[in-house]
Write a protein that binds this ligand. Sequence first.
Ligand code: DON
Length: 304
Amino acid sequence: MDYQGVIEEVYQEVQQENQRGKVATYIPELASVNPDQFGIALVDLQGRVYGVGDYQLPFSIQSISKVLTLTMVFPKFDPQLWSRVNVEPSGNPFNSIAQLEYEKGIPRNPFINAGALVITDALCSKFDNPTQQISEFINEIAGKNCVAINPAVKSSEQNHAERNTALAYFLKSYKNFDNPINQVLDVYFSHCAMEMSCVDLAKSFSFLANDGYSLFAQREILSESHARRINAIMLTCGFYDEAGEFAYRVGLPGKSGVGGGVAAVMPHKFSIAVWSPELNEKGNSVKSIRALELLTDKLSFSLF
Ligand code: DON
């Protein structure tokens, strides 16, 4: 399969169409990125890397980090974790608070902010130095030291933390939060403010295409059964209130972030990361989604 040729074609077509969106502004520091940056990196199961455009430039991974924190927590808390957070699509925006009240403090899934805060809380209960251990874990599965926390993005989000702080207090009021709120928020903002390039992100997601085994860490990261389940949650919940649309247009498990990145996997074939900062009104990258749609069309395969 000529993956390099296909991603180059996709890149050209997306650039020609030039569909636009808006960079995230609710985290002010994210508004200062160059909106024209665009990169694609694909990693196959032999570890070969294919890349085009700005695929080696680091960007803010934001909510994509939630897949990796879930990966760290899942084996340690399975199955009790699933009494604290569900695995249903929310049909609501990523930072919605309404559903949390009428569903009695149990977030719909681990990728909306409320659910991700529960996962980060669980992580704080099991790891002594959570932020550092998240970085170490990601560096391990990417096969090199590549993660840096952008302090300006972290403090920008901390200075506009009202919504996430409210979610954390709300969870605590339902006794679904064990650790001090400020500690968990600090770890949460740190993992959201991590920066990685498309190539390192595609490498770090490779184990999810490979039944849980990472070629780059050279070890099993998750059992085959746990890896399948994370892929199922990405497929149904990875794009918030646009998860159905992504499954329809692209047909791969994936996860977006408000930095404009999307990481996705084609099980038993490849992992891929795409980045373009401009977002649609659901908070997902316009060009990244379009690129993945063209990719699965051109390859004539997806999960389906
Ligand atoms: O908590 C937040 O709002 C951000 N740190 C992450 C949100 C995000 O990336 C949503 N994804 N599309």
